[in-house]
Design a protein. Structure first.
Lengths: 373, 373
């Protein structure tokens, strides 16, 4: 089943454009090399006196000067807020640093925020934009593969709470997403692998052909081949846009995007934010969700080794931490998909088709026992 | 100009109903005596396993038991979070107490929040509902006059930041508003007066006839006559719904609802949250905005004493605190209506018609000098 349509190329051979058309906002994702340096990327954004770039102390030394220079022709003031890097800092304290800066600089409600960094920066900046003065415009400049394929579409913004990941947030759409594939050149290999977890995800849940394509092109992706990356990012954004377009507020279908995330969030929360990268936890969580799909008889037994092999080849962990079965179950019960304490899993029922359902605790315990050392 | 239509009574002679029809949500405001005790008020709300009532330590001893009892037939669990009372507690810390409770009780994304209290509780509970798991349903049960006339319509939710009032928030609509006029019987006189400030506001900005009605019925309102209160609450909600319906996101017209608020917020922030009640600051701020309207030649000179007399009769302060002109101007420049550092005032240009515009600093300074002792 290849339900999500492929989009035609609207811009140029060098730049892919995926248009996201939602009830409240239409915006473009520009995907290509040298997007950051191309003046065309920055035209026709909302006009304002002030632009504020939010970044972290890893990404800012690499790209802040370049982005500042690009924005200066368009805004009288271009300022920046640099936060500490990492999931452990996706907190109210970091968010408040953004607000402190905005208010101390008397930034008005037309101020445009630019998220320069990975998923953590994107989620926090998006949430800050959603609630500062009840909403200011923002632009995503994702510099990690994970952020380019995952945070670009869907409008999910959030911070973590000590008791659960992404528990405080909003649905809020950017004005534009500028995904410069060159920024992936500076990405540590571990983070590239983490991004591949979200790429791989789109195969089993929505597009069997794409799964096959990933298996055939994984080496090119791992060596950062620009053509392979461009196709992967574009295809993921297309699939996600197709899913989100049918279910902006995650009432139903959209939950399939959380494949691997129920187990994955438990790993992340259980280990302390930042110990595992989000993509690593999702990769390992997908192995567990594949196993559960097999144990429930939804998929044939050879599906598990096929997926485990691919996830392992991508450089991702396939063995989870030993948190204990009870702790896993407890953590999964506060997952946002849970209802009345019943854990809801995203499972595969055919290649390219996912289903959201519960599973007997005993079977879940077997999965945890088999995959956590 | 009476632009906002009067609505027909849809429920019964004893209960007024104002239907709010917005792009994303349609809901009813029920206004009358014994609304809290009437089973009909609580029917057909969103179904969920858990209801969480958010209230404060002043209101909870009065009405929490009664509301809990009403909700128990509809929800398996009815829990409560009791916050300290007052504008000084409209903070992230209080908001986080709500999140802590929701997460510790494993409340899922269907959980319904009930705001039982005044404007502070309504604004915070609404904001908590807007961002908990990216949005859960909530119901307003306003127990102050100010909250009944002002927070019931418009979907503005927020918390304060040390550098500015209501700076962090969201537009988020309730499922229903249940305004029990009997709950005003326990309201301190000072809070009743504060609520009357927002009632008075609707006259000059939108309905000259209503201004006359308030002047004629102020004594009845001050003595808590239920028929007078019912009409005032209903008419304010109608006018606000008419304004908000044309401008949900405060791009233009809606700003007129901030009449008196530019000066008023400066008083509140400058004195420290909670020293002046919001309505007191708005009352005094209206006197200053009326004076500015006169000084700019928009209104005849007798408009100022007419409004000052009414505001004073309502038991509200008409002399502002002596913060110093520079401090007033500085505080007003971070107002959400300000653009590029230019303060935007809501002024009256005819009885029942407001305009948003800037004014020369020198004239604003004269107003501050004349009304702040």
């Amino acid at each position: 089943m290849t339900a999500a349509p492929h989009t035609e190329n609207r811009v140029s051979p060098a730049v892919q454009c995926v248009r996201i058309d939602l009830a409240q906002q239409t915006y473009d994702i520009l995907i290509g090399s040298n997007q950051l340096g191309d003046d065309a990327s920055w035209k026709n954004l909302p006009r304002a006196g002030t632009a504020v770039i939010v970044s972290n102390d890893t990404v800012a030394p690499l790209y802040l000067a370049q982005l500042t220079q690009r924005l200066q022709p368009h805004y009288a003031r271009v300022e920046s807020v640099i936060l500490p890097d990492g999931e452990a800092h996706k907190t109210w304290d970091s968010l408040n640093q953004i607000f402190d800066h905005l208010l101390a600089s008397a930034c008005d409600r037309k101020t445009v925020l630019f998220a320069l960094g990975g998923g953590v920066i994107g989620d926090m900046t998006g949430f800050a934009a959603a609630v500062y003065m009840r909403g200011v415009p923002f632009v995503q400049v994702p510099t990690t593969l994970l952020a380019q394929v995952d945070s670009s579409v869907g409008g999910k913004t959030a911070i973590n709470h000590p008791l659960g990941k992404n528990m405080i947030g909003a649905f809020y759409q950017p004005e534009r997403v500028i995904a410069d594939l060159d920024s992936l050149d500076t990405l540590p290999q571990r983070e590239l692998s983490a991004g591949l977890a979200e790429v791989i995800k789109y195969g089993p849940i929505a597009d069997a052909d794409f799964l096959q394509w990933i298996e055939d092109n994984l080496d090119a992706l791992l060596s950062r081949d620009k053509a392979a990356l461009a196709y992967a990012v574009k295809r993921c954004c297309e699939i996600k846009a197709w899913v989100v377009g049918q279910d902006e507020r995650e009432q139903g279908l959209r939950a399939i995007l959380n494949f691997g995330h129920t187990f994955g969030h438990a790993i992340e929360t259980g280990m302390g934010y930042g110990a595992w990268l989000h993509g690593e936890a999702v990769g390992c969580g997908m192995v567990m969700a594949c196993d559960l799909s097999v144990r429930l008889g939804l998929m044939p037994p050879d599906f598990l080794p096929r997926m485990r092999r691919l996830i392992e080849r991508a450089g991702l962990p396939v063995i989870g931490p030993k948190l204990g079965t009870d702790r896993y179950l407890e953590l999964m019960r506060v997952d946002k998909k849970a209802e009345s304490g019943e854990i809801r899993f995203v499972l595969i029922e055919a290649l390219g088709r996912a289903v959201v359902r519960s599973a007997p605790d005993a079977l879940v315990a077997e999965v945890i026992g088999s995959h956590c050392a």
